[in-house]
Design a protein around this ligand. Structure first.
Ligand SMILES: [Zn+2]
Length: 108
């Protein structure tokens, strides 16, 4: 297990390889990108790495689409994850500061 996994993520979580799903309710689980069979990762910690009062996409026009929604604030959260099955440790981020729209294939 890495001693400081805030430093950077591995390629195992990039290019669509980190996936997940909700359970029977609204809780979202991430699956280990190394194990077969959707083994659920533990989230060991999180931190706020960026925040802003505004989101640059609010009120903008992206291509032919006018952005109708407005963010309360901008943020990037970084999570530490760990697979109890294989020992894989990694980090990933969730953010609303980048563009969130279109097709996932366009973000790869
Ligand atoms: Zn695993």
């Amino acid at each position: 297990m890495k001693t400081n996994f805030w430093l950077s993520n591995s390629e195992a979580v990039e290019e669509g390889k980190l996936r997940g799903a909700t359970d029977y309710s609204e809780f979202f689980y991430f699956f280990c990108p190394k194990c077969e069979g959707d083994k659920i990762l533990r989230l060991l910690d999180y931190r706020l790495t960026e925040n802003s009062e505004k989101n640059r996409y609010d009120g903008e026009k992206i291509g032919q689409q006018n952005i109708k929604s407005k963010c309360a604030k901008g943020f990037t959260l970084q999570f530490q994850c760990y697979c109890e099955n294989c020992g894989h440790a990694d980090t990933f981020k969730i953010s609303n500061l980048g563009w969130q729209g279109g097709n996932h294939s366009d973000s790869l």
